[in-house]
Design a protein around this ligand. Sequence first.
Ligand code: HEM
Length: 417
Amino acid sequence: MTDGVDLTDLDMWARGVPYAEFARLRREAPVAWHDEAAPNSGFWSVTGYSDIVAASRDVATFSSARGISFEEPTDEDMAARRTIIDTDPPGHTKLRKIVSGGFSVRAVAVYQHFVEGLTEQVLDTALTGPVLSGREFDFVDAVAKQVPIRVLARIMGLPEAGLDEFIDLGDRLIANTDPDITDVVWGRDDTDAYRLFPFRSPYGKQLWDLGRAVVAERLRSPGDDLLSRLLAAEVDGDRLSEVDLDNFFSILVIAGNETTRIAIAQGVLAFCENPGQWDRLRAAPELLDAAADEVIRWSCPTHFMRRTAAVDTEFGGVAMQAGDKVVLWYVSGNRDEAEFADPEVFDVGRTPNRHLSFGRGGPHLCLGVHLARLEVKIVLAALARRVARFELAGEPRRIRSNFTNGLKALPVRVIPA
Ligand code: HEM
């Protein structure tokens, strides 16, 4: 609990993002201590835009090496499942050099035609005759869920046959606090037996095993996919180790799938609620780049990233001790009136839009930023050609999580263009 709001209350998050509480915290206690239920030890809650950017930048003080969620893993847990996102420089710098070439603007542009074709196929299947005549359907299931995993499959050379299993495992991990999605619920069930696996979950082990099978196959017969290139990539004579490969595979499936799905689904929800913005975008396709970024600001798929104070420090007017957890609430920074004009307005023409949804200022800036933007933009463009209006046909169902802004279902109706 901090200043009257419990940001670890997942049932509150299942009802909606506590934007009003965040606005109050930004005004009254922008860096505030938040107690947590045992066995966790509590955390500093950072809610203002400029503090979040400053902490992200200062990697010597705010380390990623103890993990990026609320969990407090042991050294042994961390060693087994550390991914690029849980490393500090110089180790991080080296890992990032090995993998970053595959995600540059140029590297990603190669996939444009593929993503366009895939999106058209998904929409052909989703927007059937009855749907175009007004029948309601679940946008998450029919569209938002379908595109990102297939893009990942393509760039990593994953077999088409295992896609549903990848989606399912990725969901069970990232939504590991929602009993509708996983039967091993973090914070409720005893997860000690799984502490060496990603997300402290048996499904983390399954994802590793799947990844290993794919890696073995790529080693046997390398292709022109990203995974084959990663396997061959060297920096200072080093290649990715086996542990690095396991964990890199799992972070890509988790970070690249659910996040982009959330942006697409929450974006369409925003257009249901702001039909004037949809009309505006359809009338001015040159707004697509700005609209994609506004969708990503607005949806903020990952609510926070955590750091850990590496030394005793003074920050935002409070004294932190080495070892304290520090939670950077991107979802709050994205609505900070000190950075954004009318932050509560969904504005597809917003410029500048220096949102925090991909992180900002630090070395961990989302590796998939160009790919994610490309996907969101292409899906918006294709929808804009086919759909004149989105209407909400029922209550959206939110994932019970304070980490992701995911939707389990988004019932909508469309009016065709
Ligand atoms: C809208 C979609 C996405 C959002 C909102 C998002 C968000 C984020 C955030 C917040 C971080 C951490 C930033 C930080 O701590 O400073 C991150 C890191 C990362 N993201 Fe994304 N992401 C998205 C899509 C993707 C995609 C498509 C991929 C890959 C295919 C990807 C791969 C990664 C990786 C590997 C990292 C770790 C980078 C590092 O530690 O150096 N993400 N992402």
